[in-house]
Ligand binder design. Structure first.
Ligand code: NAP
Length: 284
């Protein structure tokens, strides 16, 4: 498959580039510097010029707290970006897979959020991502929108990705013990993005590792124990104690009620995926 991957220096993009390359796809990877997805004309030119069969949109403004004071930049990348790509994919016959977030939900539900639940974004980042969902679907009903959450992976700079390094170094750190989510290994998400592109399964999908989900604290403890580092240096905190600018959902665990219908089995359990991540890190 000839595949264009945007936001090429990001964590999920790197996993997608690695996965598609391993499957002998013809990968065209474009970084933010090479293609700003908010620039409509450039997006159209790039898709016309490279003629991909599929576009995996991994580009996004992902600074959740920063978006509170830079909403325009968040909307440009997260709302106009997917819209531009969706329209260009429609025009030039490519399949768009674009990533959205568990943060589109407000977190008041107990249990798992499915595609039947109504989004109610609570931060500027979340609003921009939800707007991206709406605009990409409106511009091109064949768009594939993949909500994921709590992503960890190689090259990632977010809490879940760096926790193993903190634990291995015996550093003291705080981890939130009262927010619940479904962790997702970027490598597994990359597999699912490509599968959905191949299936051309339009609409909204949820893609996370399976299991009951966890808290940041429990994720950190699980990683530390797997590394034989012990968990005494991990301090439990509550979400509100951190006083971060952007609101986060208390619970944003996701379940997909549509992957079965397109013949896709659930992704592996998050603990198995975390162990694979740790083993790969150890081998690098
Ligand atoms: N990480 C998570 O836990 C999580 C959870 C749920 C959903 N997601 C979604 O998953 C997707 C991938 O996230 P990630 O964790 O891989 O993020 P990431 O590591 O921050 O990568 C995002 C990439 O997009 C680039 N970018 C930003 N604005 C752009 C623009 N206007 N045009 C083109 N590229 C642009 C960034 O480049 P610069 O750094 O140069 O700006 C960066 O390389 C995003 O859609 C994100 O919203 C992530």
């Amino acid at each position: 498959m000839r595949v264009l991957i945007t936001g090429a220096n990001g964590m999920v993009a790197r996993a997608a580039i690695g996965h598609c390359t391993a499957l002998s796809d013809e990968v065209i990877a474009v970084s933010h510097g090479e293609l700003d997805v908010s620039q409509r004309e450039k997006v159209f030119k790039t898709i016309e010029g490279t003629a991909p069969e599929a576009v995996l949109n991994c580009a996004a403004f992902t600074d959740v707290d920063g978006a509170e004071t830079n909403e325009d930049a968040a909307y440009a990348a997260n709302a106009a970006g997917p819209e531009n790509l969706a329209a260009a994919c429609k025009e030039f016959g490519a399949t768009l897979v674009t990533i959205s977030t568990d943060y589109v939900f407000d977190g008041t539900k107990d249990g798992f959020y499915t595609q039947d639940d109504q989004p109610n974004p609570q931060s500027a980042y979340a609003r921009s991502k939800y707007e991206g969902e709406l605009r990409s679907a409106a511009a091109n009903p064949q768009s594939i929108i993949v909500r994921s959450g709590w992503i960890f992976g190689h090259g990632g700079t977010n809490f879940l990705s760096v926790v193993p390094d903190l634990a291995a170094k015996g550093k003291r750190f705080k981890a939130i013990a009262d927010s619940f989510g479904t962790p997702t290994f970027a490598d597994d998400l990359a597999v699912r993005l490509r599968q959905l592109a191949v299936a051309r399964a339009a609409g909204i999908f949820h893609a996370t590792n399976s299991g009951d989900g966890t808290t940041y604290y429990q994720f950190a403890v699980t990683a530390a124990e797997a590394l034989g580092a012990g968990s005494r240096m991990i301090e439990r905190v509550s979400n509100t104690e951190l006083k971060r600018p952007a609101a986060r959902p208390r619970n944003s665990r996701l379940k997909c009620i549509r992957s079965n219908e397109v013949g896709l089995a659930p992704l592996r359990d998050w603990i198995e995926a975390l162990n694979a991540f740790l083993n790969e890190k150890g081998g690098k």
